[in-house]
Ligand binder design. Sequence first.
Ligand SMILES: NC(=O)c1ccc[n+]([C@@H]2O[C@H](COP(=O)([O-])OP(=O)(O)OC[C@H]3O[C@@H](n4cnc5c(N)ncnc54)[C@H](OP(=O)(O)O)[C@@H]3O)[C@@H](O)[C@H]2O)c1
Length: 242
Amino acid sequence: MKYALITGASRGIGKAIALQLANQGFHILLNYRSNKKAAEETANLIKKEAISCKLLPFDVSDRETVEQSLVDFQNNNPEAEIEIIVNNAGITKDGLFMWMKPEDWHSVINTNLNGFYNVTRPLLKNMLTRRSGRIINVVSLSGLKGNAGQVNYSAAKGAVVAATKALAQEIGKRGITVNAVAPGFIISDMTTNFDEKELKKSIPLNRFGKAEEVASLVGFLASENAGYITGEVININGGLYS
Ligand SMILES: NC(=O)c1ccc[n+]([C@@H]2O[C@H](COP(=O)([O-])OP(=O)(O)OC[C@H]3O[C@@H](n4cnc5c(N)ncnc54)[C@H](OP(=O)(O)O)[C@@H]3O)[C@@H](O)[C@H]2O)c1
């Protein structure tokens, strides 16, 4: 049974990715941190004939818990092959660098960057043995161009971009691809307080993107058709930056 693990999939972009990959025939491992109600609602949308959705709550920044949850899942479901990992869980703690509290620096690095390590590394051995798999990291425009007020977030996402390129070179020979998608402004809880009317003036396509549009790109990278793409960072930002 082929599974796709999507971190941070109770809401927003992760939820849309989980629905997309379920439509492509993958069983879903749905990770979230604390919003059980939203996770259960998403799981109910996913579950349909022949497609299962298992909830896997953990905080991606908590390495030991992540590893234990993944080991437990694999031991309890020996037939399950986690073919796709989508590292999507992410947070922002914006503020000027001059005033940035250590906890705002560390929590953003721990979730966005260390989460990638904590989730991906324990699952890699099975992918290497099977000689197949797709790793897709959700980064951000901020990690490519930098963004004032987001030094912590830009640093974390930029580091995941570099890790994507490095890991792609390390494991390409085993038939595993590693890519990143870099959204600009996407409608979700993360951007609820943003002034869309003002910000969209700078976006050539004159609007924020939809979670489903990011999900569609991730779905392509997870598909057979994307088998020769690796080490890439694909922008999805309405033309804001390329
Ligand atoms: N929205 C944008 O404009 C935008 C732009 C560029 C990049 N991105 C990136 O896209 C990804 C998804 O963003 P979004 O806008 O969909 O965010 P969102 O609506 O705030 O949803 C965040 C999701 O991540 C989960 N999460 C947060 N911290 C976690 C942790 N430590 N461990 C496990 N799960 C955690 C949340 O779970 P709970 O429900 O349990 O809290 C939720 O499912 C993030 O990596 C973000 O940086 C977003």
